[in-house]
Design a protein around this ligand. Structure first.
Ligand SMILES: Nc1nc2c(ncn2[C@@H]2O[C@H](COP(=O)(O)OP(=O)(O)OP(=O)(O)O)[C@@H](O)[C@H]2O)c(=O)[nH]1
Ligand SMILES: [Mg+2]
Ligand SMILES: [Zn+2]
Length: 299
């Protein structure tokens, strides 16, 4: 039987059969390779309970891998909204990592700057100007007061909300979902009040064709699974210059005749983006040397 995974609780999953019936699932062999958004084959173990035997091929998958662990965040999504806020302050490094992860996975990213109601908002907005210049629109929002401006962007799509802890992912999802299903006991119980940090990824349906996923706050977003040239290519501001360097295998670190570095010097690529890229690539190289047994690009 085919089912859609709508909740990833680490060791247990929530899934929905094609007729909409909910199931609590465990993964065959206790593997942790299933993600929210996966279509899976299940076999029933008892009423309401099933075992996930197989994962159907994915349209896309958002994945992270650092020195200590790897995790499949979500599968088969149309876009990701990366939420940042002025308080607690967000990390630009994290935002860049998230953007690269999405681009490399073929998932369209948006930036949402939440907590418009806070006095520090304008300053945070200014600090994002350089992302807007690259072509990432920044949506101002206040999940506390009004999430409706977000709704048209979600229409007909499956969207993952992702970001650091405390940025307002759950508050956003709560408010979007509440409008329609506030009365359903299951939801009011399942959705946390916004005071607690989220520890699971869960999909909520907004209508027949629209779904949204809340996810746990991330502290880092390791990209150890991505080779250097995938990282460079996942940066749209680098793309016009890639392939034009003196050396074919240029990694844009310190090579002579590098047009990416030159573009950085000329202000055609923002200096902070170039530094982000170079620091990341060098960090990952060091980690790979320190841990040669890793299947670096494997999933
Ligand atoms: N002032 C203000 N506070 C907000 C807004 N959105 C969320 N918050 C508050 O910020 C805090 C964190 O919000 P959450 O929605 O729990 O954040 P989260 O991103 O889900 O955090 P994790 O689950 O830890 O990843 C809560 O106290 C929210 O009420 C907003 O637009 N304005
Ligand atoms: Mg949360
Ligand atoms: Zn180069």
């Amino acid at each position: 039987m085919r089912a859609l995974v709508t909740g990833d609780f680490g060791r247990e999953y929530l899934a929905e059969l094609e007729d909409g019936k909910p199931l609590v699932c465990t993964r065959k062999g206790k593997k942790q390779d299933v993600a929210c958004g996966d279509f899976v084959e299940v076999s029933m173990s008892s009423p309401g309970h099933a075992r996930i035997d197989e994962i159907h091929p994915r349209r896309n998958v958002l994945f992270r891998k650092d020195a200590w662990r790897e995790k499949t965040l979500a599968a088969n999504i149309d876009q990701a909204v990366i939420i940042v806020a002025p308080r607690p302050s967000f990390s630009e490094m994290f935002l860049n990592l998230c953007l690269v992860a999405c681009e490399a996975a073929g998932i369209k990213p948006f930036i949402m700057l939440n907590k418009k109601d806070l006095p520090e908002f304008e300053e945070a907005r200014k600090s994002l100007a350089n992302f807007e210049k690259i072509g990432y629109p920044v949506m101002p929002m206040s999940a506390k007061f009004d999430v409706e401006p977000l709704r048209p962007y979600l229409d007909g799509k499956t969207t993952l909300l992702v970001g650091q802890s405390g940025m307002g992912k759950s508050r956003t999802v709560n408010n979007l979902v509440m409008r329609d299903v506030a009365k359903e006991a299951e939801f009011s119980e399942a959705l946390d009040s916004g005071k607690h940090t989220t520890t699971y990824t869960r999909m909520y349906r907004l209508d027949d064709t629209t779904a949204i996923m809340d996810s746990p706050g991330l502290q880092s977003f390791g990209l150890m699974h991505l080779p250097d040239d995938d990282i460079a290519y996942a940066m749209p501001d680098f793309r016009p210059f890639i392939g034009t360097c003196k050396f074919n295998d240029c990694a844009h670190i310190d090579e002579p005749g590098c047009n990416v570095i030159k573009a950085g010097e000329q202000g055609k690529i923002d200096a902070t983006r170039l530094t982000f890229y170079q620091v990341l690539v060098e960090q990952q190289r060091e980690l790979r040397v320190a841990h040669p047994d890793w299947k670096t690009y494997g999933r």
